[in-house]
Each structure stands twice: as C-alpha cells, then as structure tokens.
Design a binder for this molecule. Structure first.
Ligand SMILES: Cc1ncc(C[n+]2csc(CCOP(=O)(O)OP(=O)(O)O)c2C)c(N)n1
Ligand SMILES: [Mg+2]
Length: 891
C-alpha cells in the first residue's frame, strides 16, 4: 500500500521539515507498521516526561476503509437498488395508508435512512436458520419495522392484507405489530428492540451467551452465528446502549457486529447539532476496545478526496458540525457549494466540475451499497474484537420536501399526492397516475427478475429473516417428578431461610441427570450474600479465559473457581447485564433449540424497580426461567434501610402479564412451585416465567401437609387451623416469613381474646386476583348463564368470621384480592420507606408484627359488631402498641 505524501509543516519551519523527511524516509524503507511502532515508542518517551499529549481516540472524519481496500461488490447493484426502492415504497405506503383512515401512527424516516444498511445485510450477510445453524441473530431497530414488513411482503411471507393492517392488530384477520414483539408475532420477530437501549445491551449478552453455550458443549452449530445489532444514533444516549461495551471487547466477541445508523437526528432534532456523533462514538468505542469502522462518505467523495492534495477537504469535513450536515441534506447543492466548499477557495475549485445537482447528490456512506458491503465484509471477517460500523445517513432519505433531513421527519406519517409522485419518480416505482393518490402497495410478480433475485439470495443465505421458530421436540426437557423434591416436603428441625432452601434446591437440581447441564445460575456479585458460593467449586464460574491466576482462596473448599466451561454466570454488579443474560438463556429454547433454565438470584430491591423494562421485555420475548428476588421484605431484610428493603417488587411483578409471581413462606412451597414451573415451561412448553420472593430470616421449615400443592400453586391454602371452641372466628393470611406474625397472633388471639384464627399461607395474590377477574368478566359477559366461581371465592365461601392479611409488602399486594373475600379484607403491610433497625422494631414500626396483627383482627371483628370496641382499646394497651405512633406511609 502506498501512503501519500502530505506536508505537515508550513514553509520555513526547519525542524518540521527535517522531521518530515525522516518520517518519509522511514515510511518508505520500513513500511507503515514499523513506522507506527517507532512513533509509538517516541511518543511514549514524550509521555514519560509528563508531557500532556492527545490520546488519539479519534481518527480523521473519513471512511476507515479506503477505496483501494474495498472488495468488489458481489451482487447486481442495480437489481438490488430496484428491490430496495420497492421496499422503501411499501414501507412508506404502509404508514401513509394506515394514517389516512386512522391515527395509529408509524414511522417512515427511520427505515428510509437505513434501507441500504438493511438491504446489503439481507442480500449478502444475514444467514437464515438451517438444520445445523441457528441463523444469525439480528436486532432490527424497532422504528424501522415497516421496512422489515415491506421486505417480507416482497418475499411473499406477508400479503397485502397484513400490510394494510399495519398497527391494526385487532382488525379482522389480524395485523402487524407496530414494532418487533415476539409476544405478538411469535413466528416473525425474535428480539424486541423498541425500548431504546435494550436491544444493544441484549445483543452483547446474547453474543456472550452464544460463547457460553459453545464452551459448555451445548451449542448445536458447526459455524458460529453472528449477532447483528442495529442501533439509532440517538439511541446511543441511553446508558444501556453504551454501558456494557467493555464486556464485549473483554470477551473478544468477534461474533458481534453493531451498525449505528448515524442519520444525525433523533425525534426532536439533531443528535449532536454542535458536535459530531460519529466522532464521539468512535472515541467511546475505541476506548472500550472495539474495532471501529467509520462509513461516512459515499463513492462520489473518493475522487474529491483523492484530488485534494492540501488536506483541506478533510479539514473542512472535520470543521462542519452535524447541524451543518443536516442543513446540507435539506438545502440545494448551491447552498452546500457556498457554505461547505465555499469556505476555502481551493475547495470551491475542487468541485468546479460538479453541477449543483451533482453536489446535492453526493452520497453519504450509509446509502452507498458498495461501501456498506465493504464495511460489513470487514466486520464479518474481523477477528478478536467486536465491530461497530458508524454509518452516516440522512434521516427520511428520499422523502424530499415531505421530510428528508428535517426536524419533523421522525413524526411524518402522511404524504400528499405531490409528495407521493416525487417519491415514485425518485425511486422509479411502476405505479400509474390514476392510483398514486391511494399509495397502493407494489410487488413485482413472482417470475420477475427482482423477485427471483431476492428469493435466490435468501435461499443461498439459508432462509428468511426475521424469523422465530420453536421446535417443540427440542425445546423440552426431562423434568423431575415432584417426588424428586421429597426432602423439602419433610420439613427440617434446624432453622433455615427460604433463600437457604432455594440454594439447597438448586444444588439438588444440579444433580438431576436430565436437567443439570441446562441450568444457568446467574448472579450479580451477590453469591456470598445468598450462600450460592457453595456452587463455585462444583460447577465453576464461566470465564472465556479460564483462570489465569491462582485465586487467593485456592486452599479453601469454596475457592473462586473460574473455568472455561464454568456453569455460573457471575456478572459482576450489573442487574441490567444479569437480566440480559437471563433473557438470552431463557430464550435459548427458541434461538438455539437448546432449552436452558436460568435461575437469576439478586437483591430483590434491584429487580423490577431498577431494571423493570427488562422484566417487561422478558415477557415480550417469551423468556422462560426463574427470577429469585432474594433479601426480600421491608422488615425481613432489617439492617439495610431505605434503599435495600423491598416492599413492592411483588406489585411490579403483578404488572407483568406472563410472570407468575409467588411469595412462598416455606421450603416445601418453593419446591412445589419450582417443580411445577419446570413442568409447565420445560415439559409442557408454556412460554411463561416465574418470580419468587426469597427471604433471609431463619425459622424451622415445617413438613408439607397432604393435599396442599394445588393451593400453593393457585395462591392460597389453609396452613394451620385455629383451636376449636372459641367465641369468635378469624382468618389471617400471611406470606413469606411474616406468616410467623400470623402464627404468633393466632396464639395470642386464642389465649387472650377468645378468637380462633385460621392461618393461611398466601403464596400468590397476583394469581388469585387474575383468576377472580377472569371469572367475574365471564359472568358479566354471560349474565344469564350459571355464574362461575373463582378459586378464592370457592375456597373462602364456607369460612365464617373475619379476614385479615399481613404482608412484608405494601398493603396493595394483599389488597388485590379484597373484593372477593367474604366481608372484605383488613390488610397490614409495609407501606413507606424502610429503616435500618432490628426486625422486631421494624415490624412494630410498619405494624406487621404479631401484636399489630392481633389488634387488626380484633378491630375487624369489632367493625362487624362481634367484639366490643373496648376490647380492641384494651388490647392496644395490653400489647404495648402506641396508638399515636408515626404512620410509616407518607403521602
Ligand atoms: C426508552 C425509550 N425512550 C424513548 C423512546 C421514544 N423514541 C422512539 S424513536 C426515538 C428517536 C430515535 O432516534 P434514533 O435512535 O436516532 O433513531 P432514528 O429513528 O433516527 O434512526 C424516540 C425518542 C423509545 N422508543 N424508547
Ligand atoms: Mg437517528
């Protein structure tokens, strides 16, 4: 390769001249690599003398791949341009049509800017799923969805009716979801991406999970799939987008390719009007250790750059800010000539041979098929590091007056007839004048060269994308029968917490032949908190590098054991990353035909409160597995105080449509729930996931009574009946360790107040409520039929007396079932901010201790006229509860 000589000095600077000649000589005789090494040594010397030097995380504002290194384009680019034009048209028409009769919205300009980026991928790189290959895993930018639908239409996978019903999913015959949602289109979309930042984050953990599967001998491919992620430049502002970049380079994820569509705009306006997003991102990615390919200028610029010997063109390119570049994309060529090139007379001269129209049409890199191909090829072949392609495009490309490069373009949903005609002309769409106003869809016939070409490309690459396929046979596991968990049903004399019970349970599961290999324990730096460090030695911590050092605790039994085929994903302090691993593992049944069972255990406060959108996404993507919110309960986790004490995760969990949320009190309940979860998810194939609250309070775990399994799974069962022969009857629902408040209250009520209270274990208010709502709705819509009765109504129908619930969660958690409890439900819970103190004091403070439960029960009886109010007043006094104490709930 020859490197052009460019002067670095002004005339008359002797020192600079001599340096230059030494440099030129070295370059000529020793070559660029050796020159670079020598220069590095010299700059290191300079640095050692405390001189502040630029760190060099930016390269000039030009393409990383010079024209002479561009490989020949292997396709028929004119053919591909025609195909792309039809897709552009249909993507636009879908949105325009939908909004001519409805207000359902949609986006035109995102795909318009990214069409070439996608089409080069579809025609040359994205590999479909075949027998021995899971397919490349592609995260499409959510707002570009119309383009993916439009392509699927040309491929014959979708028909006109589907396109017509874009964003009208409830229309007759169904419609297309607004964005990529596997929940809504389970055979089409693989990865939800529309919540900005989550797609990029997931893609990193997905690429790493692929390596994990491979290292553990579970991957079924002969050739490794690539993970492609398309990212918006505005999306890069989300902390989730850039937050895990170093994981990808640390893990040498050269199976990961990101394409950042730098159209310089987000929703309201420019991403970095006063700067340059490509340069900013280049520095961030280079700093994080990625391979960075800048794709800024289209081929038309090659000649200009080659002819510019002064370096002024690159200088001008660097001077102009993104706000300027946006302006050049909307103004005529004369404007760019005057304002961009016109700044320096030499540059004006450089474009003298170009007409204004030619200047206007100088392409940006991301719209140039050959350049995009060159960048993808380089990324595809790069070894050792993940690659990011920073591609410069124009938002709303091709929309002309209707929105190309304009600040309103993101929201543009309608085109008038004139604008439609212009679009048609610009992209040569064969649609006649008399129907153009309706923006009809256009699909070339099945035997047209375009359709044949398009289908041939996909066939060669292994099939269509996006596509989600679940192979029912391969996605099932040999799950243990409930009796496998017999030891948990017996109870224990020694005290244990539900967290300890779970740790025991996972170690038992790890001994199960059919299941063991499929278990993925995931922890965000809390293994010791939960006692999971016991697993370190046995199954090892996954590390792609093995263990390059001798761990400080190598002599101990539970030493920190990193292994190349380790099973534990110890993610470090990242709940977002851990959830991403949960999602990658929990969808492995669909992405890889390899069912994996993630058990993700974490501080419950840093679950949905911290990364709730990833919980939501786990539902959308149909992830399976178990989430274990440990150190739960606002009073059970006592010393930690306001930030750690969780009294509301179960409420968050109640908002997730496919999440079964449980709040178990005893070891056997956990075993019953997990055994059934394994059956439903991994034997029956249900695409649901589980949440269990786990606590760190120790108490003896009772044996399981006969016949309670159904109640445990449905959400409520009678745990211990009250003594017979008392005047009054009550029922106390308790969950988690707070059931002990209920049990103690049961004794006090019987001994001192003549009340027989039955204690019930409420394992899931969410499930009880969903079932009750289902029945109520059915009854409402079938008013003359025999009414159905929900589980909770049936269960409580014959019970006498009053009902009280006590929880270590907010009152809203038990309140969920209040409408279906005979005579209403009195609830006690932990509303308000936590405090650090002892459990006993906290439980009194939040009024969920045994004494407060007694008072609430007596009060509920008094409200029904069954107990005198004076009895309640006396109990308050006798039990030492201060009636004027502060109310924990604030507003
Ligand atoms: C978490 C989140 N916040 C806000 C939005 C709303 N939103 C959708 S698109 C968009 C602008 C996207 O800009 P960019 O990432 O540059 O993508 P482009 O459309 O320009 O390709 C915004 C703010 C969202 N989808 N997700
Ligand atoms: Mg953008």
């Amino acid at each position: 390769m020859s490197i052009e000589k460019k002067e670095i000095h002004g005339s008359g600077d002797k020192w600079a001249e001599s340096l230059q000649s030494v440099f030129d000589l070295t370059l000529e005789n020793q070559g660029p690599e050796r020159t670079a090494q020598l220069l590095k040594k010299l700059t290191d010397r300079l640095r050692a003398s405390q001189t502040e030097l630029p760190r060099g995380f930016n390269t000039p504002y030009v393409n990383t791949i010079p024209p002479e290194q561009q490989p020949p384009f292997p396709g028929d680019w004119q053919m591909e341009r025609r195909i792309k034009s039809y897709i552009r048209w249909n993507a636009m028409a879908m949105v325009v049509k939908a909004n001519s009769t409805t207000n359902v919205g949609g986006h035109i300009s995102t795909y318009a800017s990214a069409a070439t980026l996608y089409e080069v991928g579809f025609n040359h790189f994205f590999r479909g799923r075949t027998e021995n290959f899971p397919g490349d895993l592609v995260y499409f930018q959510g707002h570009a969805a119309p383009g993916m639908y439009a392509r699927a239409f040309l491929e014959g996978r979708l028909d006109e009716r589907h396109l017509q019903n874009f964003r009208q999913e409830l229309a007759e015959g169904g419609g297309l979801s607004s964005y990529p949602h596997p929940y809504l289109m389970p055979e089409f979309w693989q990865f939800p991406t529309v919540s900005m930042g989550l797609g990029p984050l997931l893609s990193i953990y997905q690429a790493r999970f692929n390596r994990y599967l491979q290292a553990r001998g579970l991957a079924k491919w002969t050739e490794e799939p690539k993970v492609w992620c398309f990212v918006g430049d505005g999306e890069s502002d989300e902390p989730e987008t850039l937050g895990s970049l170093t994981l990808a380079s640390r893990e040498n994820l050269d199976n990961l390719i990101w394409v950042v569509n730098c159209n310089l705009q987000r929703l309201d306006g420019p991403v970095r009007g006063n700067g340059k997003i490509i340069q900013e991102l280049e520095a961030a990615f280079l700093g994080a250790g990625w391979n960075v390919i800048k794709l800024i200028w289209g081929s038309d610029w090659d000649d200009l750059l080659a002819r510019d010997k002064s370096g002024l063109l690159v200088k001008r390119m660097e001077e102009a800010v993104d706000g300027d570049y946006q302006k050049y994309s909307v103004e005529p060529g004369s404007y760019t000539r005057r304002h961009f090139f016109g700044k320096y007379p030499e540059l004006l001269e450089l474009v003298n041979h170009l007409t204004d129209d030619q200047i206007r049409k100088l392409l940006r890199g991301g719209h140039d098929t050959r350049k995009v191909h060159a960048a993808y090829k380089a990324a595809f072949e790069h070894k050792g590091r993940p690659t990011v392609i920073l591609a410069k495009t124009v938002k709303g490309y091709g929309l002309g007056e209707a929105g190309e490069g304009r600040n309103i373009t993101h929201q543009q949903k309608k085109l008038n007839e004139k604008e439609l005609r212009e679009f048609r002309a610009r992209f040569n769409i064969p649609i006649s004048d008399d129907i153009i106003a309706e923006a009809p869809f256009y699909r070339p016939s099945a035997d047209s060269p375009e359709t044949k070409y398009l289908l041939e490309r996909r066939k060669t690459l292994g099939g269509f994308l996006p596509s989600r396929k679940v192979n029912p046979a391969a996605s099932k596991l040999d799950v243990p029968k409930p009796d496998y968990f017999a030891e948990f049903f017996k109870g224990s004399n020694t005290e244990a917490s539900t967290t300890m019970a779970f740790v025991r349970l996972i170690s038992v599961l790890l001994r199960h032949k059919g299941l063991s290999r499929h278990i993925v324990p995931i922890i965000p730096d809390e293994a010791r908190t939960f006692g999971l460090d016991a697993l370190f030695k046995d199954i090892g911590i996954y590390s792609s590098k093995g263990q390059l050092y001798e761990p400080v605790d190598s002599q101990s039994l539970l030493y920190y054991n990193e292994k190349k085929d380790g099973q534990i994903l110890e993610e470090g302090i990242t709940e977002a990353g851990s959830m991403s691993s949960f999602i990658a593992a929990g969808t492995s049944y669909a992405t890889h035909d390899v069912p994996m069972i993630p058990f993700y255990i974490y501080y419950s406060m840093f679950g949905p409160q911290r990364v709730g959108d990833l919980f939501w996404l786990a539902g959308d993507i149909r992830a399976k597995g178990f989430l274990l919110g440990a150190t739960s309960g606002r009073t059970t986790l006592n010393g930690e105080g306001l930030q750690h004490q969780d009294g509301h995760s179960l409420l968050h969990a109640s908002t997730m449509p496919t999440l079964l949320a449980y709040d178990p009190a005893f070891a056997y309940e956990i075993a019953v729930i997990i055994a059934d979860g394994l059956r439903r998810m991994y034997a029956e194939g249900e695409e649901i996931f589980y949440y269990l609250s786990l606590y760190n309070e120790n108490y003896t775990m009772p044996p399981m009574s006969a016949g309670v399994e159904d109640g445990i799974l449905k959400g409520l069962y009678k745990f211990r009946s009250g003594v017979e022969g008392k005047k009054n009857k009550a029922h106390i629902f308790g969950s988690g360790p707070i059931i002990n408040s209920a049990l103690k209250a049961q004794e006090i009520l019987a001994e001192r107040y003549g009340v027989s209270a039955d204690v019930w274990s409420a394992t899931s208010y969410k499930l009880l409520r969903t079932d009750a709502l289902r029945c109520k709705r059915w009854n409402m819509l079938h008013p003359t039929a025999a009414p159905k009765k929900s589980y909770v109504e049936t269960l409580l129908a014959k019970e006498q007396g009053t009902f009280v619930a006590v929880s270590d969660y907010m009152r809203l958690v038990p309140d969920q079932i209040a409408p279906w409890v005979p005579g209403g439900l009195m609830t006690l819970g932990t509303d308000g901010f936590g405090r650090s103190d002892t459990r006993a004091r906290l439980r009194r403070f939040f009024e969920v201790d045994a004494e407060s439960t007694v008072i609430a029960t007596l009060y509920a009886l008094a409200e029904k006229g069954l107990v005198k109010r004076e009895v309640v007043a006396k109990a308050i006094k006798d039990l030492g509860v201060d009636p004027e104490k502060v109310q924990p709930q604030i507003v």
